[in-house]
Design a binder for this molecule. Sequence first.
Ligand SMILES: *[C@@H]1O[C@H](CO)[C@@H](O)[C@H](O)[C@H]1NC(C)=O
Length: 338
Amino acid sequence: MMNAAVILLLTSGCFTWSSALYTPNRAASNKLKYLLEPPVYAEVIGRRGENVTLPCILRTKPSHYKVKWTKLQTEHVGKENIIMISNSHAFKRYGRLGPRATLRNAHSMDASLQLSHLELEDGGSYRCELINGIEDESVVVSLRIEGVVFPYQSQNGRYRLTYQGAQEACAEQDGILASFSQLYRAWTEGLDWCNAGWLDDGTVHYPIIEPRPACGGQTLPGIRSYGPKDKKLDQFDAFCFTSQTSGSVSYISGSFSFQQAEDACNRQGSELALVGQLYSAWRFQNYDQCDGGWLKDGSVRFPISNPRERCGGIPEAGVRSFGFPNKMKDLYGAYCYR
Ligand SMILES: *[C@@H]1O[C@H](CO)[C@@H](O)[C@H](O)[C@H]1NC(C)=O
């Protein structure tokens, strides 16, 4: 497994921030007395399943203090998600993240938080707060889960998912609804998709690299926005996010109906792969297979890492879809996951 990487973007030799690189939160923009500004660019990156360390180092130690780690929630401003509170001799864990959190304690000034077995939902901003009852201070570190965004359409057709339906559809494909920043990153990496989909904040967007009349017109590439939509009434597709998986995907060639494909996977002790698992294999293992195969949701797809004329003819790498063919009459290979 790869080690989580920390992006090092030191500015001009000393530990000051260039405002172009880093917008300090209000707490951190005040002059810090006790805590050190994170000595690296304040973003830590890890994949699902990996362990990461969120740095927080004391500059000076007050005589009595506690350190409180929380995850900040953009959707619920003001809501605190406490992960851990510690003093010099004990610590207590809280909430969903608590059981996977420990303090690194590499030395007496180290208050860095270690998170193990990263999950898709762990991405976001984390606050390390020093509380001494007089002048509390905090720094914010962001954690980015490295992964892949994939559009998902219901087998009933285009724009058939409510917000909750989209959440469930992503979960069924081993993903979660993507955030705007995940979609934005996917767009910078080449995602062009002409169907609007839900994001985790209840907004609806679609990413366009090649502007065209049928996809919102406009002359510039960009993320087209429908803004926030009615979560109960409005229906769209979904943008799902997934990351590395612990298993692997393999292809069985053959002319199978859906049921025969499922049986073929079962015979070798695996199951038909989920859409997220196929995207993960494509993204993290450069999986390339120029044959349509059944997936568990009844769709037929194939992953292309090295685009070539005979494999769909599209110049970009990607996972291609044949939609949801007839499960009995149409015959394809099988993508299995184990
Ligand atoms: C991650 O941390 C857990 C618990 O702290 C440990 O058991 C596991 O070996 C670590 N995994 C890696 C890949 O370092």
